[in-house]
Design a protein around this ligand. Structure first.
Ligand code: ATP
Ligand code: MG
Ligand code: MG
Length: 357
């Protein structure tokens, strides 16, 4: 059998590894973390920093294909891997998805609308950008932000100097940030699309995402949006995956506004807003990911049930025994020992027979 190398040791890698095992593959995880959720369920693990070129060399010699559950790995590491083994999706996709400036420029270049935005590299540029975009706005680090980390809201009275200083800690070496106009959205949706080597593609239904404390809280499908938006959302995700030449998955987060959809960000990997597929679809996002990366035919993304996914964050997971008593609930725990606040410990999918939509 073949071995799939997965960069990243989190829960996305864990669930991908479980799907891979079901299809008869071996999985080798690369992560700096000892006892990671993904390594716990995999055949092998290399524990090293993402920039450890020697460890990467040994890793790629032991796998047949490499993919990611975490996209913030250094360019040099990806280049090194690609010399030895197919890397899917390829570096150019990660390069766009790692950086909010590249990402927004990319969306706009293929006619996908975003919030108005400006790249800002200094306090002076921030002041100019606030003048152009207006308030309220959101200042974000270009790189490495997640779960709302690396973001500062610019309200009517926010002092730009304070906002710039607050962001400073999370800024990358280049010191780049992005100022975005604040969108008073009706809601947030996302679409996960799979794309194979030959351009074959399949999208899961758009889902409705509600965040709590900047972290995804629930995902509901069907999304309560106009039918016309469902097709538009799938089209946006497909066009983006096609233009990037993704082989694997692409998740695109969007804001629903009275004037239509705006793309927020994307991730070239399985996504938290796709966990519902594990219990409500014929082929779930993790199996679809493995199929795409390994060059297998894609499965049908058809949804046989309506679903609500709830993330179990920090102490939420303490109630897991009660969740087991709910006949509509399917519990997924990630094997993390320590329930730190804000940490994703697991999720629960509640499913019901599919409604009309
Ligand atoms: P993730 O964990 O999804 O990767 P992230 O830290 O990369 O999150 P975003 O997805 O850009 O950051 O923002 C997190 C959330 O903050 C969004 O889902 C949305 O609720 C809110 N938000 C971000 N940008 C804007 C905006 N321009 N206008 C209004 N709300 C926003
Ligand atoms: Mg993000
Ligand atoms: Mg996001």
């Amino acid at each position: 059998g073949s071995t799939i190398g997965i960069i990243g040791g989190g829960q996305l890698g864990r669930m991908a590894a479980l799907a891979a095992a079901r299809l008869g593959y071996r999985v080798h995880i690369f992560t700096p973390e000892t006892d990671s959720p993904a390594a716990q369920v995999s055949d092998a693990a290399t524990i090293a920093r993402y920039d450890d070129q020697d460890a990467i060399e040994r890793f790629v010699c032991s796998v047949d294909v490499v993919t990611f559950e975490f996209e913030n790995i250094p360019a040099e590491s990806v280049r090194h891997m690609a010399e030895h083994v197919p890397v899917r999706p390829c570096w150019s996709v990660l390069e766009v998805a790692q950086d909010r400036i590249n990402e927004k420029r990319f969306f706009n270049s293929i006619g996908i609308e975003t919030a108005p935005w400006r790249a800002v590299g200094s306090l002076d540029e921030l002041k100019t950008a606030i003048g152009e975009i207006g308030r309220p706005a959101v200042l974000k680090t270009a790189r490495l932000g997640y779960d709302g980390k690396g973001q500062v809201r610019i309200g009517p009275d926010t002092d730009p100097a304070e906002a710039w200083a607050a962001l400073g800690k999370g800024l990358d070496q280049a010191g780049q940030g992005v100022l975005e106009g604040f969108i008073d959205f009706l809601g947030e949706i996302s679409v996960i699309v799979a794309r194979g080597h030959d351009g074959e593609w399949a999208a899961f239904d758009p889902v409705w995402n509600v965040h709590r404390d900047h972290i995804l809280d629930t995902t509901t499908v069907p999304a309560p949006i106009a039918p016309s938006l469902i097709g538009q959302a799938m089209d946006i995700a497909h066009r983006a995956a096609e233009a990037l030449g993704v082989v694997g998955l692409l998740a695109v987060e969007m804001f629903v506004t009275p004037n239509g959809l705006l793309a927020n960000e994307m991730a070239p990997r399985p996504h938290n807003s796709g966990h519902w597929t594990m219990d409500a679809c014929v082929t779930d996002q993790f199996e679809q990911f493995i199929r795409a990366v390994c060059g297998l035919p894609l499965g049908t993304p058809e949804r046989h049930s309506d679903a609500e996914m709830k993330n179990l964050i920090g102490a939420d997971a303490e109630h897991w025994l009660d969740i087991l008593k709910d006949p509509s609930a399917r519990l997924h725990l990630y094997g993390k020992a320590e329930a730190r606040p804000g940490r994703k410990m697991g999720h629960v999918n509640r499913i019901r027979p599919r409604s009309g939509q």
